[in-house]
Design a protein around this ligand. Sequence first.
Ligand SMILES: Cc1cc2nc3c(=O)[nH]c(=O)nc-3n(C[C@H](O)[C@H](O)[C@H](O)COP(=O)(O)O)c2cc1C
Length: 373
Amino acid sequence: MNRRRFLKKSVAATTVIMGSGLMLSSCKKNLRSELMGIDRLSDKSDQMDHDVYKILYYASLAPSGHNSQPWFVKIISKTQWIVGADADRRLSQVDGSNREAMLSLGAFIENLVQAANAFGYAVETKVIAKDRFAADVVKINLLKSKVLEIPLQRILTRRTVKSHFQSKELRLSDVNDFFQSVDGHLFYFPTGTDHAKLMDKEAVDNYIIQSNNINAMEELAFWIRFKDDDAKKFRDGLTVDGMEITGLAGWYVRNFMDNKDVMTQSFSDKGIEKTKEQVKEGAGWLVITSDGNTVKDLIETGRRFQRMALTAREKMIGIHPMTQALEEKQGQKNITENHEASMIPQFMLRVGYLDKYPDPVSLRRPVEWFVRS
Ligand SMILES: Cc1cc2nc3c(=O)[nH]c(=O)nc-3n(C[C@H](O)[C@H](O)[C@H](O)COP(=O)(O)O)c2cc1C
């Protein structure tokens, strides 16, 4: 660390101790509510058909690895679209096979279908991609139909939650509802069971493996938006709020860290500590499986995951995907070998009841940014 940087950081550390009033006010800001909102969509109706815009807005609230938002949409006509995978948004280091990109596209399509149904369209979807690297992935056809009563509020208020999970086990009725929402492709391992312990260990071990992989860390650094100005400029990636770096630490990171700091040992160490804390909380692990590994299987699995996440939102249950074990060879092997031979795990999710479901904070690109005509 050079002298200027050292001084900057020392001043920051002193200010952390002294300036709590300022910090608390800077922690309260929610960029998502400042920049995005369904109520602002009416201004857009002159540029694009209002229904098209709204449906795609809801679709874009889908979760994605590193919040990379790997989608684009080609509008062929008002009712015919193609949802594709943007090659510039690939996570080639941690998701070399584009598995997670396809799962994220599946979540996008689930939101799209639910929003379209709520606005009075039936939706036909057809997977057209020959493989996971094809640009055009799913063809969408909208047909005017009756309005279905679908609670879109769930899409607006769902988010990834990583902390403050209660430790009590999931109720059987909730597990059953989850089971139904993923068409039976689910395992639940309550906290303290041998299997949950194995998953705790794999989550931490593989997080450590990835922290030591310079390429994976460079990729992570690329998607991190420590500064509000960057977050506003790109409207994607992982913000300080999204990573749940809160309070004084959040204020410090926002004001005094930059993307190069992601490559430091201290950043890795904090991440490892946090991961160890996280696996101690909650009701255990959910694993969503798939029938196969084709694009169709992955899109379907992403849709199931999103259906379950929306059900969880209604039930005040937090869901935290912890994916490193499925991204690393060692983790894949250990997780798969400790399940039934035929099982294909696609999501490893830590879950838990929440006293209060926090507001969403992660940003999304505006619809115009991902629509191609
Ligand atoms: C396929 C996939 C993998 C993910 N893996 C992780 C993960 O390993 N760790 C994590 O904290 N969040 C993970 N997430 C959550 C994303 O970071 C999150 O969806 C994104 O930042 C947007 O935030 P939101 O879900 O609150 O809208 C994953 C999400 C998806 C869809």
